[in-house]
Design a binder for this molecule. Structure first.
Ligand code: SF4
Ligand code: MG
Length: 289
């Protein structure tokens, strides 16, 4: 797959949505680097376990970003460590619905409350693809998978609603087949000062091919599952975001954004209030964010 990592030999299935996300991330990183006059190595990608996590090995350009392929469900604790140790790096998480929203779910709340200044790109295909198609938190009710042969009996999670409730300060939603539009949204998320999540519908052509449901089919009478935001939509209005998400289909764009201090901002302010013997320099050196 990549000339940069010839020792790393794996393949994504033809048509996998993650190809579009990889391309979008590459566009977005190149644009950001140009704008801020930074290098690819000023970016760090923290990957979860799953087909989506393999994206970290596939970033191809003259220079590559740093990458960490961590452990299942723990992208956020790793990202916290990376951002603490290297506060000037642009930290991006790439993970799937299984990794991020199942085993990894317990980490979303704390980082949302801290407003950790990182960007998470979640590739949602509604299954565990790498381990051969088991049901995930976003698999639909009644869905037959290798782990639910008589149909899923749990109510599926609505990730956008969950992110909003738990305090994520930037929430966007998109679709892997529109890489240029997705890139613009990822770039916006990386510019956000705080915890940003871009939740991407990224179909798994092998275990849960949802392209037709997302795009729709006039011939088969299937209405598109994706929709553009109304022109007068205001992403700073929480009530509008609640109503938009309640639609149940997949909105394309920035759903919610609020500005509030990041974890790094709070540390700096705390350091200013600390007594003299705990000097600001010492605190900042310990929690450099
Ligand atoms: Fe993509 Fe699904 Fe194949 Fe994994 S199993 S590479 S998610 S199509
Ligand atoms: Mg998945």
């Amino acid at each position: 797959m990549t000339t940069k990592n010839p020792e790393y030999d794996f393949k994504w299935c033809p048509g996998c949505g993650d190809f579009g996300v990889r391309r979008a991330l590459e566009f977005a990183l190149n644009a950001r680097n140009e704008k801020h006059e930074t290098r690819m190595r000023d970016n760090v990608i923290v990957a979860g376990i799953g087909c989506s996590g393999n994206l970290v090995h596939l970033m191809e350009s003259d220079e590559q970003p740093f990458g960490i392929h961590g452990i299942h469900g723990r992208t956020l604790p790793i990202a916290l460590g990376v951002k603490s140790g290297s506060p000037d790096s642009n930290v991006i998480i790439v993970a799937g619905d299984g990794d991020f929203l199942s085993i990894g779910m317990e980490h979303i709340g704390p980082q949302a409350q801290r407003n950790l200044n990182v960007t998470a790109i979640i590739m949602d295909n509604g299954v565990y693809g790498l381990t051969k198609g088991q049901s995930s938190p976003t698999s639909t009710f009644g869905m037959v998978t290798s782990s639910t042969p008589f149909g899923k009996i749990e109510t599926p999670l609505n990730p956008l609603s969950f992110y909003l409730e738990i305090g994520v300060s930037f929430i966007a939603s998109h679709y892997s087949s529109k890489p240029r539009e997705l890139a613009a949204l990822i770039e916006l998320a990386m510019e956000h000062n705080g915890f940003s999540i871009v939740h991407v519908q990224s179909p798994c052509t092998t275990y849960n091919d949802t392209y037709e449901q997302l795009k729709g089919s006039k011939r088969k009478g299937i209405e598109p599952g994706i929709f553009d935001l109304p022109e007068d939509y205001d992403a700073s209005d929480r009530e509008q975001a609640v109503k938009l998400i309640a639609d149940g289909r997949v909105p394309l764009g920035l759903i919610f954004k609020e500005n509030r201090p990041t974890l790094g901002d709070q540390y700096k302010s705390m350091a200013g209030r600390a007594p003299a013997k705990a000097s600001p320099e010492k605190i900042l050196a310990t929690y450099a964010l």
